[in-house]
Write a protein that binds this ligand. Structure first.
Ligand code: 6PG
Length: 250
């Protein structure tokens, strides 16, 4: 399987969000058509915010069959859901509060719980949904930090080498705080991965990651190469500005 990432460069962050929404629509629509259900992992942070706003207000014709969608989270900060830093809180404000996803289809990481307990509980929820098999999500949406982290797999931490657990609750020294995250075995098992990066700040790390000839542990996002799935990097022109000859799909 050629799992070299496909890179799509959009002129603006708005066009990036609009195009990403079309891709999300298509992937969910395909999964629901094939199996009657779709499982999607949502990213936190700022980049996907506009994508979620667009998904929430799509015209009826493209509206996702939300009754058939299960939404999960790639990671969470250890704060209550109503905390401004909560990934769930942001997704709830921008999307979940505006679309008819059944409550039982929203699988959040409980940031208000002790981290290790939250990880164990989320892992059990995944095991129930995936019948004890290694979770294989139809779509995993990811962002990337300027240090190369993705989800909450931070460089030079235990999360990079975690191969047994599907969910890890751990202390992140560089943040001086705890995180709960999906681990690489789960992220690599996805059917489709969509990386989103926008803005000049991300240009250096995007160049490093996409230029990495081999996956580099010090760049966790470069380790995400789906074993049996597709991966797209969707960038705006600023984030792609240091990639040679970056224009359109490549
Ligand atoms: C989080 C995210 C994290 C995020 C990157 C990029 O909890 O913050 O899961 O992995 O995707 O840090 O964040 P921005 O989109 O805000 O740049």
């Amino acid at each position: 399987m050629n799992n070299r990432p496909k890179v799509l460069v959009l002129t603006t962050a708005e066009q990036l969000a609009q195009t990403a929404a079309e891709r999300v629509n298509a992937i969910i629509g395909r999964a629901v058509a094939q199996r009657g259900v779709s499982s999607v992992v949502l990213a936190g942070g700022e980049t996907p915010r506009r994508l979620y706003q667009i998904l929430a207000v799509e015209p009826k014709s493209e509206r996702i069959d939300w009754q058939s969608v299960h939404l999960f989270f790639g990671d969470e900060r250890m704060v209550p859901p109503d905390d401004p830093a909560s990934n769930y809180g942001m997704v709830h404000r921008e999307l979940l509060s505006r679309v008819p996803v059944p409550v039982g289809h929203i699988h959040r990481i409980r940031g208000e719980r002790p981290p290790v307990d939250a990880a164990v509980e989320y892992e059990a929820e995944l095991a129930e949904f995936f019948g004890g098999m290694l979770p294989r999500f139809d779509l995993v949406i990811l962002g990337v930090g300027e240090d190369g982290h993705t989800a909450s797999v931070f460089p030079h931490t235990a999360a990079v080498s975690e191969q047994t657990r599907n969910v890890l609750g751990y202390f992140v020294p560089q943040l001086n705080s705890w995180r709960v995250t999906l681990t690489l075995p789960v992220l690599l098992n996805a059917s489709n991965v969509l990386f989103l990066a926008a803005g000049k700040r991300k240009a250096p790390i995007v160049r490093e990651i996409l230029g990495a000839r081999v996956p580099a542990p010090e760049l966790p996002a470069s380790l995400i190469r789906p074993v049996n799935g597709t991966m797209h990097w969707m960038l705006d022109a600023e984030a792609a500005s240091l990639i040679p000859h970056a224009s359109g799909e490549s």
